[in-house]
Ligand binder design. Structure first.
Ligand code: ADP
Ligand code: MG
Length: 314
């Protein structure tokens, strides 16, 4: 029986630069088309750290080259560019793989905005470093002119930091829903979505200088689409306790209560495994019958068949 699945792709699904991405998307397409071949409906969310970093660095260099002519490019615009570039590669890799296997599905990338709460406490404590390293003088000028926040990063220079607020609402949800129902593979909420806040004027949504965690965006999408499965594909086959330490133990199943206990013990690294486990718990508890899976990209189909990965189920 086919299921409705939201997949969250980690950094290893796309690689760190242009040539790596061109190769990585082919493996990624194989894993996704395996799920289509089993009769599932699929929406795909992906990370964008290296890609948005590359675009933001390029835009910074452009401004540095001629500050009179090129004003700094907002992070929301860099995020939109990264969704387009990643969607372009993923869409093509998926189309090629489907054509090779004789599968006829549409494949569409939806530029996606995700509303965040301007009162989210994350805005008072920006933690996510982005873009290139700068000198103290450059950082102070941008702080003065544009109110950017900076941190000193391990003796390598200064880097801009932005907030990582929680996603509240997917603006293009109805479009994504229609496309999934029409049997399209939909690439959306890339990089966690372009964060926006309503301004209250003219129904305008203003891009926010922030980064939404793609695992939380995928969870919100899975709930909003009434999906059966949230599948987080990453660089480990299973979640572990005592990860990388003596007594390491790989988990086949994880209940929300067990997960909360392990979270309290600090078993999952913040910024990497922690948001994945939290997203899975939230999804599994959001409605009876929903479950979540964390596994390796190329074990996705086996994971859904119950053969591997860590399953989170209430
Ligand atoms: P992605 O790009 O897929 O979001 P991340 O690097 O953010 O990947 O997170 C996945 C990484 O989390 C794994 O490769 C692993 O090194 C790390 N990790 C941290 N804690 C754990 C844990 N308890 N069990 C398994 N992996 C963990
Ligand atoms: Mg991550």
């Amino acid at each position: 029986m086919g299921k409705k699945i939201v997949i969250a792709l980690g950094g290893n699904a796309l690689g760190k630069n242009l040539p790596e991405q061109a190769i990585a998307v082919r493996n990624t397409a194989v894993a996704i088309v395996d799920l289509l071949e089993q009769g599932n409906e699929v929406a795909v969310v992906h990370g964008n750290g290296p890609q948005v970093g590359m675009i933001a660095n390029a835009m910074t260099e452009l401004t540095r080259s001629d500050p009179e002519r090129y004003i700094p490019c907002p992070l929301s615009v860099c995020g939109a560019m990264s969704q387009g570039y990643i969607g372009y590669d993923l869409q093509n890799a998926l189309r090629e793989e489907m054509e090779c296997r004789g599968i006829r599905h549409g494949v569409t990338t939806v530029l996606t905005q995700v509303e965040v709460d301007p009162a989210d406490p994350a805005f008072d404590n920006p933690t996510k470093p982005i873009g290139s390293f700068m000198t103290l003088d450059e950082a102070e000028a941008l702080k003065r002119d544009r109110d950017y926040d900076f941190v000193e990063d391990a003796g390598r220079g200064y880097r801009r930091v932005v907030a990582s607020p929680k996603p509240k609402r997917i603006v293009e949800l109805d479009t994504i829903d229609c496309l999934v129902a029409a049997d399209h593979v939909v690439v959306c909420c890339g990089g966690g979505g372009i964060p926006v806040v309503p301004t209250g004027e003219h129904n305008h949504l203003k891009g926010a200088a922030a980064v939404i965690d793609k695992d939380f965006a995928a969870e919100l999408l899975a709930e909003s689409l009434d999906a059966d499965y949230l599948v987080i594909l990453t660089a480990v086959e299973k979640v572990a306790v005592n990860y990388g330490k003596p007594g390491e133990r790989w988990l086949d199943e994880l209940s929300p209560d067990e997960a909360r206990g392990y979270i309290a013990e600090g078993q999952f690294a913040p910024g990497s495994m922690l948001p994945k486990v939290e997203a899975c718990v939230n999804f599994a508890e959001s409605k009876p019958g929903r479950s979540a899976l964390i596994t390796l990209l190329d074990r996705a189909a086996d994971g859904i068949a119950g053969k591997t990965g860590t399953v989170v189920r209430a």
